[in-house]
Write a protein that binds this ligand. Structure first.
Ligand code: GDP
Ligand code: MG
Length: 598
């Protein structure tokens, strides 16, 4: 296909505004996938993605569209991840495009990630076509939403396409707008190969597959290629396009988007953002924008059954093949035994991985409360990176501790400014600025410690604003804070896996609240269990789990057999999520209670 008949574009949106549904309609209306083969959200391939209605990996689909002018165009449609954890992947996918369809839900209007994604698209110099979705709903207010797009994003919305991913309304107009408004790719077909990797994944049969946009030159089966950042060389085993099933092609040439089978076994050799060139006679200068994925949130994962340590390790190895952002190292806890300290891009990434480990690998896991990476400067001048509160050095040897801060952007209707202020200040946030994006939307910018954000912040923000708030954030940098390690003791013994790092001014309150919570969560045992919160041996708060009354069980003996069986089954089910620490049975909720502040 000549360049003038190619259109590469992304669909971007705030989560749930209808990006996946619209992609499905486009596949259907271009005859790429027959209607009878459609299943909702075809492009969200992982089970978890489909269940949660979110996109985690990028996808690229090629469709042929015969326009009203009678010409057939090659559309490469890239469905990008929609969550804050995956901002970098979004930015690389956008770099593979020349335009973007900005989907805005006509009942919700512009939200935080609408703004964030639109900014990314503008920064990538993409032509933006606004699509106002869900106009089939009675609550749709397309005129108000147009106003928000113009006032809040400075994107002209007069020509916005109105439609519905559900009914298919407006999709034909959208496809015509793509032909006329999104520019054809530019690039030099005669120049040496340069191709951008915007996603990569591990295929059990074929090794690592990369999704690429060819910027200059051409790539075909048998070519020797080199990844510039990782310096990996390999031979191209196959190139092709997805419709969405993979179809081999003789070559991928300038302007085209497709997949590349590398034959490599390790996804860390084929990194998102890297540039592919020819091993011989290639270029030295990579395409701009490469960045290493960096984990922000760490948690301990421990198998409930000790014999699942090796299976857990194998499962982590398997998942890492596909996910260079997933990092882990062995961790030993006195309380929980052998496990792993695992780093994630964010909380969603963590939940997804934990869920996959349990579902796809059949593991029963106990997760400790997530924490961030602290930088501890010792009196001698050395710096230690802490991934786990357990590793906190002796307070006497510490000169200062620094913690990661974020720039957070919160969008809310004006009525909730006060509610957001209260919450964010209580979470040690520093106010930066506030702007009216429109009469109905205020944008507030804050600097806030990441550790506060991972403590139930998003749920609190949502509930304090009746669900209206939306949140987006970027890493800001490290700043010094007055931080201490708070220990939890059960029956007088410190439980390392329950320790956490907290700001000194909050230590007393957090310790007290947590003792109260643990008292509720830890079931009664045959004996009394004292719970204490302490800093460096000084007890701040205490509570007691009373001993079980013996007659509770006694009543069942000799009694009705079905009742007894039910009780035993109930106990067994309960046990699944419990871990014996010393002689105390501690449920999973105890570890997560650390995140619930009030
Ligand atoms: P994404 O998160 O942006 O990919 O959004 P989805 O495509 O997963 O859609 C989120 C929800 O909105 C799903 O329940 C869809 O069925 C629904 N939805 C999407 N488009 C429309 C539409 O045009 N009208 C209506 N009524 N619902 C829609
Ligand atoms: Mg989706």
């Amino acid at each position: 296909t000549d360049l003038s008949h190619i259109r590469n574009f992304s669909i971007i949106a705030h989560i749930d505004h209808g990006k996946s549904t619209i992609s499905d309609r486009i596949l259907e209306m271009t005859g790429t996938v027959a209607k009878r083969d459609m299943q909702a959200q075809l492009l969200d391939s992982m089970d978890i993605e489909r269940e949660r209605g979110i996109t985690i990996k990028s996808q690229a689909v090629r469709v042929n569209y015969t326009a009203d002018d009678g010409e057939t165009y090659q559309f490469n449609l890239i469905d990008t991840p929609g969550h804050v954890d995956f901002t970098y992947e979004v930015s690389r996918s956008l770099a593979a495009c020349d335009g973007a369809v900005l989907v805005v839900d006509a009942t919700q209007g512009v939200e935080a990630q609408t703004v964030a994604n639109a900014m990314l698209a503008m920064n990538a110099n993409l032509e933006i076509i606004p699509f106002i979705n869900k106009i089939d709903l009675p609550a749709a207010e397309p005129e108000r939403v147009k106003g928000e797009i113009e006032d809040g994003l400075a994107i002209p919305a007069d020509d916005a396409v109105l439609g519905s991913g559900k009914t298919g309304d407006g999709i034909h107009e959208l496809l015509e707008a793509v032909v006329y408004n999104i520019p054809a790719p530019t690039g030099n077909t005669e120049a040496p190969l340069r191709a951008l990797i915007f996603d990569s994944y591990f295929d059990a049969y074929r090794g690592v597959v990369a999704l690429v946009r060819v910027v200059d030159g051409c790539m075909k089966k048998g070519d020797r290629i080199r990844m510039i950042a990782t310096k990996t060389e390999t031979q191209v085993e196959e190139v092709g396009a997805r419709h969405p099933q993979e179809t081999a092609l003789p070559s991928l040439s300038t302007g085209e988007v497709g997949y590349l089978v590398t034959g490599l076994k390790d996804v860390s050799q084929v990194k998102v953002g890297d540039t592919i060139t020819l091993a011989q006679g290639g270029v030295d200068e990579p395409l701009p924008g490469y960045r290493e994925a960096k984990p922000m949130v760490f948690t301990g994962l421990f198998p409930i059954e000790g014999d699942q340590y090796e299976p857990l390790k194998e499962a982590l190895e398997k998942l890492s093949l596909n996910d260079p952002a997933l990092v882990w190292e062995p961790e030993t806890s006195h309380a929980l035994g052998f496990g792993f300290r695992v780093g994630f891009l964010g909380l969603l990434h963590m939940e997804v991985i934990k869920e996959r480990l349990e579902r796809e690998f059949g593991l029963d896991l106990l997760a400790t409360a997530p924490s961030v990476e602290y930088h501890v400067y010792l009196k001698g001048g050395a710096m230690v990176s802490l991934h786990s509160p357990q590793e906190m050095p002796d307070p006497g040897s510490i000169e200062r501790v620094e913690e990661p801060y974020l720039k957070a952007k919160i969008l809310i209707p004006p009525d909730y400014v006060g509610a957001v202020m209260d919450l964010t200040v209580a979470r040690r946030g520093t106010f930066v600025t506030m702007n009216y994006l429109s009469q109905t939307t205020v944008e507030m910018l804050w600097e806030i410690p990441l550790s506060e954000l991972i403590m139930d912040f998003f749920d609190k923000l949502k509930s304090n604003t009746k669900g209206y708030a939306s949140l987006d954030y970027d890493f800001l940098g490290y700043k010094p804070s007055d931080l201490v390690k708070l220990d939890i003791l059960l029956s007088g013994k410190p439980i390392d896996a329950l320790s956490f790092i907290v700001h000194k001014d909050k230590a007393y309150d957090r310790g007290r609240v947590l003792c109260d919570k643990l008292k509720e969560i830890i079931p009664r045992q045959m004996f009394e269990v004292p719970i204490q919160a302490a800093i460096g041996g000084r007890v701040l708060a205490r509570q007691t789990v009373k001993a079980k009354r013996k007659d509770v069980l006694a009543k069942c003996y000799g009694g009705d057999i079905t009742r007894k069986r039910k009780l035993l089954e109930k106990q067994k089910a309960g046990k699944k999520r419990m871990k014996a620490i010393g002689n105390v049975e501690v449920p999973q909720e105890a570890f997560m209670a650390i995140l619930k502040v009030d």
